[in-house]
Write a protein that binds this ligand. Sequence first.
Ligand code: FE2
Length: 331
Amino acid sequence: MARPHIEPFVDRDVSFKKLTMPGFKPGVNYKMLSIDKDTGACTMTVQYDAGFKQPPGFCYSEHEFLLMEGSLTIGGKKWQKGLYSFVPAGVSLPAMSTDEGALLLVFYNFGPPSFVESDKDHQNADRTDFKMVDSYQGMDWQNSTLFPATAPGCLLKILHIDKRTFGMTFLYCMTPGFWQDNISYHDCAEEAYHIWGTSWMMQFGELPTGGYFWRPAYINHGCFASELGILAIGRTDGDLHNYFHHDPFSTPEENHERAASRLARMKPALYNWILTSEHNHLPHDFEYPNDTYKTEGWDTGIHMHDDGQVHHHSASGAHSHLGGNKKKKKK
Ligand SMILES: [Fe+2]
């Protein structure tokens, strides 16, 4: 993903705009929180006007939404705040309406917002992971089972896990008086939105109600504190490992190095295979043979070899780590 680092951003600081994209019915207002300009994938605060109605239809992108205020009637069932839905690409949602209006947070994960009127799924849709749940009343808070874990007082409700990437969507709360005295980063991008409450972070200051960030991988964040507590929703685009440390001056490149060292330590056979196979090769997964992978657009691609040279990679700029090392030996 290629969304830029946005942190902090507070949606209360900007006004709603009317969504006038083809397909959408009148009465949809939005605030853009983050967007991938290559794909159109984005996260938005969305306000449906009172009286808004939408026929059955699907979106070409996987999308998720959380109802934060108001109510929504979907397929004849009335939902209150706390409704969370995961909608795979092409899955048709029943007719939707709201008498009083509704405030939502909406994630379009892989493509731009779209709406195609249809009471049937797209022919390529897979509705296996489709879900609608009352995340406030129908789910319990859990202590984090991620290891290494955040400090006590940060509780989770896991809303969705992507089976292929382990990317997650989750509600989280910090209890009043929460504090955590270390710094964290991850191998994945992380985004979050404060439904209610204010927390503080050493690098980015206070994030109030309506606060949002999209944070690419390997960026330091923390220490953390919240005086009165928060309720928030978060999402990652990959497996969330908490790399904790206490060096506020470590750079994203140094954080990459530390993460790669962990991989080499914990999965030496895999690490060695990656190093010794042709560099920039694209892996093929017989479990998901239609999946394709590309290196272009993964962060900056900057790294340093053990010959001390720092450089960028591009998908077309194939070279070999082993070749680089041999050159060094010749000197
Ligand atoms: Fe994090």
